[in-house]
Design a protein around this ligand. Sequence first.
Ligand code: XMP
Ligand code: MG
Length: 184
Amino acid sequence: MTKKDWEYGISKTLIDSETLRARIKELGAEITRDFAGKEEDLVVVCLLKGSLLFMADLIREIKLPITIDFMEISSYGNDFASTREVKILKDLEGSIMGKDVLIVEDIIDSGLTLKKVLKIIGGRGAKEVYLCTLLDKKVKREADINVQYVGFEIDDEFVLGYGLDFKQEYRNIPYIAVMGEDFE
Ligand code: XMP
Ligand code: MG
């Protein structure tokens, strides 16, 4: 069996690397401006695994002292529909008590996952919790959440690449793509 092409089945590029880079630079500048006057260092939390690439690029554009932490939750299996069950697979290492926290997410769909994450993090005494998502499928929103930083609003299509997966593959594709009909 030969290994399939790493871009197998992708029907089109939705957001190319250059566009991602430029927008993330803007988001970083905006976050830098907003938090420059605060006394405490911001804790930037990456929600694994989807946000890994976005996180790595975003924090390089935040020109302030920050700390980073990671959390992995399961809310979405290999299915197309959210199960709405949130389980902590990997928890934060540090305390967020009294701190400003910026949660970095890859994509918000219904918002139900993030709503639960907010409840967990908020319950640990964070001073203020802010949200930053690379992609926002706003038309699908069910939960009432306040997102301060949005990279791109997108239509309701299944996207992958730049951290986002299809059955755990395709995360290493350096741009956001739309899945073709013949994916397997
Ligand atoms: P909710 O509905 O709770 O779901 O906001 C958010 C999570 O759903 C996943 N998701 C996607 N993953 N391509 C993906 O690779 C998509 O188009 C997509 N839409 C939703 C994602 O894990 C996100 O954290
Ligand atoms: Mg996710």
